[in-house]
Design a binder for this molecule. Sequence first.
Ligand SMILES: [Zn+2]
Length: 364
Amino acid sequence: MRPTSGSVCCTRPVRVSDRPRLWEERWHPLREEWVIVAAHRQTRPWLGQTVGVQEERAPEYQPDCYLCPGNSRSSGAVNPDYHGVYVFDNDHPCVGGDAPEESTPPQTPYQSRRADGVARVMCYAPRHDLTLARMATEDIAGIVETWQQQTRDLAARPEVKQVLIFENKGEVVGVSNPHPHGQIYATNFTWKTFDTELEAQCRYARETGRALFADIIGAERRDGRRLIYEDEHAIAFVPYFARYAYEVYVAPTRRVPHISALTDAESESLAKALKDVTVRYDNLWRQPFPYVMPLHQAPTDGGSYDDFHFYIGFLPPLRRPGTVKYLAGPEIGGGNFLSDTSPEEKAAELRAQSTVHYREAASG
Ligand SMILES: [Zn+2]
């Protein structure tokens, strides 16, 4: 409804210059580093490159897609006529059994070792055009179940120290194939991000007697402005210390070190939270929303990791439609993030979105 003339002054849009300035450093307790939040910079002139959106009217089946059922892959292998989730060993693995046993020892102080482990590709669905956001919650629950199985199976291998599961979505993060899929790296080493988070959580437990991630959840609940989703077993929020504009954490509220330890009810809640967040993302600019989505899991080398809280991080590269958050001097050079946006404002944008995907809303 158009405002009447008498109420115009009350509905005047808040100009950026009228907003309280957010310009501060925020501590990232899981990475134990500072994030510079300089939200007053988000309207600075931008003459750089912008990116287009991925073709969203993809067909249900693409004859030359290497992930569609029944199609051949570059290795010559043929995908079965699969239903539901389909997992196969990556034809171009970064680690794997075919890596050379021996390599030439490098000069001191350098070191090398065999690139051992397993790399797999996980198709979320046979349909070429479905993304997480457009899948039924029951089908997302099937993906969660497969993540659990893969973690359990790969963790049982003696050479595997950690199972890294992730999805790269969108051309802007280097994925040209819209067929919904993620990847699994089971490696003979642990990944730096999770090492850092593990150390931070162990130290916090030692020093305070409390659990760090539970305290983060508590702080997000008390503030409330950055909460996106919550039910009995799962929660989603833009963290106070977000490094990317639309960063969201999706977590079980109970602390478990691996996704495989979730109960059926917790897995179902996680699937609901994933559906909620991905639909809001797509609705934000009415286009498929790109992101990198890692599962943060503890190592699987036989150690005790009770202090580690498993969660899923969404790291979207765009700060505005078509505008990438480039990593440059502060991030690549200095190793700390400079955020041009306010986590509270970005969370408010996501909270304002419908939980019905715009494509379904349009067809309904
Ligand atoms: Zn396909």
